[in-house]
Design a protein around this ligand. Sequence first.
Ligand code: IPD
Ligand code: CA
Ligand code: CA
Ligand code: CA
Length: 255
Amino acid sequence: MTELKQIDQEVQALMWQMRTETLSKMQQPFNVDEKSGRKDLVTTVDKSNEKAIVAKLRELDPDAQILGEEGFGDQIEQTAGRVWLIDPLDGTMNFVMQQNNFAIMISLYEDGVGVLGYIMDVMNAQLYHGDTKSVFVNNKQIEPPTNLHLRDALIGISGPLLINNDHNMQVIAKKSRGPRMYGSAGIEFAKVMSGELIGYISYLRPWDFAAGKILAQTLNLQVKAIDGGPLSMLSSNVVLVATERASEEVITLAN
Ligand code: IPD
Ligand code: CA
Ligand code: CA
Ligand code: CA
């Protein structure tokens, strides 16, 4: 077995272990703090998940750098070499308010190029994982979604972008069959990959889109900045993931 194949199997096992631990921590009291304000929360579960994931990745891949949302990894200023990105709880607001619709995400990049991606939809027990060749949900390989036009499907748009009509989001929503809003980038990438949404648009940081980008591109989906350019892996971007047809239509309407 190659080293990468072995790492992949260990990380899949880690994702299931983190799911079990997260469900158990959700049943016990946990602390909630505000980061930048009342709409930006962090819990003791975000932090303990990240610490556990960092510890395991250090053991599996000691020479790699790690970028984690909650800061328990490394300070990363460039993308050379192997870099693991961690979102230890994606959709923290949903975790706190709904105990539903949240994810755990890990991905591996090498010299800025995606290698492995993992999105765990915790409450549905679905692990989206794969590489640049194939994508699986649990053990079942999935096929690329149908290349639909915007007018024929539902589109995920984040709350702030739609409310503020940034990049003409209200026009884009009207052209579609309707906008949807789930509050977790991981869950929304999964819905685009399964064909429930034709696309998803949100202002995201690298750990929010890193895993989804690898998997979605393998499924022939376009993953770009809203101006149609490439995404920066070191800063925030307004990210668009969509079928090829919808991607062209959204970029035209948004710019
Ligand atoms: C957030 C969620 C949300 C997105 C925000 C992210 P977090 O992640 O993915 O859907 O709109 O931009 O920050 O902070 O809960 O991991
Ligand atoms: Ca957060
Ligand atoms: Ca996130
Ligand atoms: Ca998070």
